[in-house]
Design a protein around this ligand. Structure first.
Ligand SMILES: *[C@@H]1O[C@H](CO)[C@@H](O)[C@H](O)[C@H]1NC(C)=O
Ligand SMILES: *[C@@H]1O[C@H](CO)[C@@H](O)[C@H](O)[C@H]1NC(C)=O
Ligand SMILES: *[C@@H]1O[C@H](CO)[C@@H](O)[C@H](O)[C@H]1NC(C)=O
Ligand SMILES: *[C@@H]1O[C@H](CO)[C@@H](O)[C@H](O)[C@H]1NC(C)=O
Ligand SMILES: *[C@@H]1O[C@H](CO)[C@@H](O)[C@H](O)[C@H]1NC(C)=O
Ligand SMILES: *[C@@H]1O[C@H](CO)[C@@H](O)[C@H](O)[C@H]1NC(C)=O
Ligand SMILES: *[C@@H]1O[C@H](CO)[C@@H](O)[C@H](O)[C@H]1NC(C)=O
Length: 377
């Protein structure tokens, strides 16, 4: 196993080389602003909204559903904490690495009432949707895991700032050097719709509503006083073991669904980028940065051997899981009794069929951090 400091150094060297190439080589879709100005502001706090990609413990505090979920048990957390924390991975998430890069402590989950929130709050809840549960209920879509959709998380954020600011002006001053990350969120809206039998056209039509919910969320963040906002797009869900397994089964229904999921994440991202452009025109003094997870994930897979991930046959396999070419069986998920875990999670991109390993998140976070550095210009 490569020692982590050596690995970080290696990675930095590699990335500093890569970043001499045109910026979009890593798929972020942004052009760096050339500048010689000193930094006007250092980020001192982060506020995160989202789902399982970012939850650092809210779901497992929130409800009996959360307590019963696999994320509340080992092997979740085994590589870093040696105990489960509610993170949907073997260790740290992108948001943890981001905090580290900014020299601030890891974000505590909002629902941990005893926690300190001096450097920000994590409002993300695993399994959360962008659309409110009432909206989904009208379409007969149920979220089996949590009711804490984006709008609920924004209500939490609102009351948090109500409790720490005297007034709007005070909040604006406090938030001058705060970073807000809105998402990734929305993939569960589509996933629940699919798995609950919605037709493809119906799911496709949801994109407008989901993106609208995200844009409304960003607008609320701006009203609260946020001025530096990162908005990640969706991962290519059709590439994950759970969906690849469906393809391998040659089940034409799931195959069609999987293709649509891939298209759907592209459609979602295109719509999101379009709406963000409009938002930027309306709020010229707010920095809003779109981060292209879709492309970043593809680049990660293409360059996987250079980062020390195991070779071809393991590349799309889950570290924790069992069955088939991708170590995934929907009825024997990671965390269930008797489901094996690989001995070296750092050799894998995929942790459990749906979520990535700490090592994959560490690499993606470096790239994410590049876009944050623009905010400091
Ligand atoms: C930001 O941090 C750097 C390094 O810690 C420091 O040199 C700089 O003065 C800081 N800038 C501001 C505006 O606080
Ligand atoms: C969501 O809210 C409804 C209505 O209050 C409740 O019946 C349901 O159990 C909740 N679902 C979850 C996952 O908490
Ligand atoms: C599914 O199709 C792939 C090739 O597309 C084939 O290799 C595999 O054996 C098929 N699986 C089943 C269960 O038929
Ligand atoms: C295909 O998968 C769907 C959903 O998983 C299932 O309902 C259906 O019975 C499967 N069809 C076949 C032919 O296996
Ligand atoms: C996905 O998009 C491609 C290109 O736009 C299209 O040809 C294909 O039919 C779409 N697939 C599905 C399942 O909608
Ligand atoms: C941004 O501009 C709007 C008006 O265009 C103003 O009301 C708001 O206070 C400004 N915000 C900041 C942080 O400067
Ligand atoms: C992480 O995995 C869990 C199930 O194991 C799933 O509910 C969740 O949606 C996954 N997260 C993502 C981002 O796919």
């Amino acid at each position: 196993m490569v020692n982590s400091k050596a690995f970080d150094t290696m990675l930095l060297l590699y990335l500093s080389f890569v970043f001499l190439l045109p910026c979009d080589v890593l798929g972020f879709g942004y052009v760096p602003v050339s500048n010689s100005n000193p930094r006007s502001c250092n980020i001192t706090s982060i506020y995160q909204l989202g789902d399982s990609l970012s939850d650092t413990g809210n779901l497992i505090i929130e409800s009996p559903n959360g307590v019963a979920s696999a994320f509340a048990r080992l092997p979740y957390g085994e590589s870093f904490f040696k105990h489960p924390t509610g993170r949907c991975s073997d260790g740290l998430l992108m948001i943890d690495f981001m905090a580290k890069a900014l020299n601030i402590p890891r974000l505590n989950p909002y629902l941990n009432r005893d926690a300190l929130f001096n450097h920000g709050v994590n409002f993300a809840v695993a399994g959360a949707t962008a659309l409110p549960v009432e909206f989904l209920a009208d379409k007969n879509i149920v979220n089996p895991l949590t009711n804490s959709s984006l709008s609920v998380q924004l209500d939490w954020m609102w009351s948090h700032f109500n409790s720490i600011c005297y007034d709007g002006q005070d909040c604006a001053a406090k938030l001058k050097c705060a970073l807000f990350i809105v998402g990734d969120i929305g993939s569960h809206d589509y996933y629940y719709a699919f798995s609950q039998g919605k037709r493809m056209e119906d799911v496709n039509n949801m994109v407008i509503d989901v993106v609208e919910a995200i844009i409304e969320g960003i607008t609320r963040v701006i009203q609260i006083g946020g001025t530096k906002i990162i908005v990640p797009g969706s991962f290519p869900l059709g590439q994950f073991p759970a969906y690849l397994t469906a393809r391998q089964a040659n089940n034409s229904t799931t195959l069609r669904k999987q293709r649509l999921l891939y298209n759907l994440s592209l459609h979602h991202n295109d719509e999101l980028k379009k709406r963000l452009q409009m938002l930027k025109r309306d709020y010229k003094n707010i920095t809003i940065i779109y981060v292209d997870y879709h492309n970043a994930f593809d680049r990660l897979m293409e360059n996987a051997p250079r980062f020390g991930f195991n070779g071809a046959s393991d590349l799309r396999k889950a570290c924790c899981g069992v069955g088939g070419r991708f170590s995934f069986n929907p009825s024997r998920l990671c965390g269930a009794a008797g489901v094996p875990v690989c001995t070296n999670p750092d050799g894998y991109v995929m942790w459990d069929g749906f979520n990535l390993t700490q090592k994959a998140y560490r690499i993606l976070a470096r790239w994410l951090f590049r876009s944050v550095q623009q905010l400091c210009i």
